[in-house]
Design a protein around this ligand. Structure first.
Ligand code: BGC
Length: 543
């Protein structure tokens, strides 16, 4: 059933079969984010790796996902855990080799799982060969023009060139030494000082990234997740901005030309290759500007992730998202958690309440048209971990830009009754300590319990495949009780979520129950913090 790619030279480049109706696979896929260093460790060094991913792929196939997105695994000093890339066309020895990557890719494809990898075009690592050459070169040189070097302000140029702030906290500029070891020009870094921003006005940068995309497309990857997709260009005048933060710096119009070029590159390959933008925007309309027909295929819908636990907030995001993607004829995406944010069970209040709400929000997003992105460990109901200061690794924590993201990145518990919970072989501990309470949440413990969150995710994903088939993308909002949101998908499925504090009456359109996130004890009523799918009552009426 597998079809070789026209352009592929590699044996790994086998793609899962195309959908019979020719709809691109990504339009309604469920994609699972693998944070590579925290997923599974095959060699016992406490850090996840390619071979670990490969070994656990059957688990993912069984979970029922369609694709994986793997966070950066390229050679890197790991100052931002791989989002500081020193070489875009290789695998960091901590994570394996290119051969390990190929083996993992081939196994994923063999199981019908697509593979999306991360591309980091906004900045390189300060250990990238280009940056080393830039530092060794003179101001105004070609080598420096690949980055954003400027003279400082003030006496002796000792003040940064402008007031821009790094997203990780502190100034967005660091002063470099000249070739005689004296403080000289400054370079821009919208993240850590070890992540110098590239100068996308320099055509060499665009050419290099096209070659990087082709390198991985030729190996057979199905798509790319584009890191900081909205940030590649910054205002050329480098003027101070009112607040100095990224909102007034990113989303420069030139970025869209880059994605038009990438669209053309992807289109040269068969198998509906795709790219999904990590673009934090102020509105679904701005998000949609990245997914016009000749640009990227998808963009993460962070408005869904950012919505508070309220039916009104969810309704607003659904309406605005579907309107915005409709304008550009794109498909929607939905996401609740990723490696940069507090896990959603914790955001929704934690404990039993947070878990119930998390399951309800999941069921709701899986009923919406488009594709859903899951973050590893959410299928286990994991919460944010309070990582002790001495174990912190996130540069954003140290630069004061956030509470830190280590708490959502704690390695997964697979089996056993104490850390490392089979994360790796033997008793060696993973790079971040796991809470002892996770013994009840391991994959193995939850697989044995039909009421577990894992069992619920498996049922929901299996059921989604079944009910989604044949449903058109239309969504009709229903007139439902206060505190609830209800909608009908096509003629077939009704979904209702109750964010109010009390049980709520179900709408007449809700027919037989298909699946619920918590038990439905009383007929015609939906408990608080619960969502459920129903067959649409109208669909079963004769005539
Ligand atoms: C990634 C982060 C990373 C940052 C800088 C993002 O948005 O998701 O994890 O720290 O880009 O590359």
């Amino acid at each position: 059933m597998q079809t070789p790619r026209a352009t592929a030279e590699h044996s790994a480049a086998q793609t899962p079969p195309a959908a019979a109706d020719q709809t691109p696979w990504w339009r309604d896929a469920v994609c699972y984010e693998i944070y590579v260093r925290s997923f599974a460790d095959a060699d016992g060094d406490g850090v996840g790796d390619m071979a670990g991913i490969e070994q656990r792929l059957p688990y993912l196939a069984d979970l029922g996902i369609d694709a994986i997105w793997i966070t950066p695994f390229y050679p890197s000093p790991q100052n931002d855990h791989g989002y500081d890339v020193a070489d875009y066309c290789d695998v960091d020895p901590r994570f394996g080799t290119l051969a390990d990557f190929d083996a993992m890719l081939a196994r994923a494809h063999g199981l019908g799982i697509r593979v999306i990898i991360d591309v980091v075009p906004n900045h390189t690592s300060s250990e990238h060969a280009w940056f080393a050459r830039a530092l060794a070169a003179e101001p105004g040189s070609e080598e420096r023009d690949r980055y954003v070097f400027r003279d400082g302000r003030g006496i002796d140029g000792s003040e940064p060139p402008n007031n821009w702030r790094s997203i990780f906290g502190g100034a967005a500029w660091t002063r470099a030494d000249d070739t005689h070891g004296q403080p000289a020009q400054w370079y821009l870094h919208m993240f850590d000082a070890t992540q110098p921003d590239l100068n996308w006005h320099n055509p060499e940068v665009g050419d290099e990234f096209e070659a990087i995309l082709r390198f991985w497309l030729d190996r057979g990857v199905d798509g790319f997740r584009i890191d900081v997709a909205h940030g590649l260009f910054t205002p050329v005048d480098l003027a101070d901005t009112a607040t100095g933060d990224e909102a007034s710096i990113f989303h420069q119009p030139e970025v869209h030309e880059v994605y038009r070029r990438w669209h053309r590159v992807l289109a040269e390959y068969d198998g509906d290759r795709m790219a999904v933008a990590e673009a934090w925007t102020d509105s679904p309309e701005t998000t949609a500007s990245y997914i016009r027909a000749d640009e990227l295929q998808q963009a993460f819908n962070f408005h869904w992730l950012l919505a508070e636990w309220s039916a009104e907030a969810f309704r607003d995001v659904v309406v605005q998202t579907l309107e915005a993607v409709g304008l550009v004829d794109a498909s929607a995406t939905w996401v609740l958690s990723n490696h940069d944010v507090v896990r959603h069970v914790t955001r929704y209040g934690g404990g039993e309440t947070g878990l119930a709400r998390g399951r309800a929000a999941l069921l709701t997003m899986l009923a919406l048209p488009g594709s859903s992105y899951l973050f590893q460990g959410e299928e286990l109901g994991l919460e944010q971990v309070d990582v002790a200061p001495e174990h912190r690794e996130d540069p954003a924590y140290f630069r004061g830009g956030s509470e830190g993201r280590d708490g959502c990145r704690v390695p997964l518990p697979w089996a056993g009754t104490q850390p490392p919970f089979d994360f790796g072989p033997g008793s060696g501990q993973p790079w971040l300590p796991q809470p002892a309470e996770w013994s009840a949440l391991t994959v193995s413990a939850q697989s044995a319990d039909p009421h577990s969150t894992l069992a619920f995710y498996r049922r929901a994903l299996a059921m989604r495949r079944e009910v989604n088939r044949g449903l058109d993308a239309s969504v009709v909002l229903l007139d439902t009780a206060p505190g609830t949101l209800g909608f009908r998908r096509g003629d077939g499925l009704v979904c209702v979520i109750n964010c109010g504090g009390q049980p709520a009456r179900l709408p007449d359109e809700a027919g037989d129950v298909v699946l619920s996130s918590s038990p439905l004890d009383e007929p015609g009523t939906l408990p608080a913090d619960t969502a459920a799918w129903f067959r649409a009552a109208t669909a079963t009426r004769p005539g």
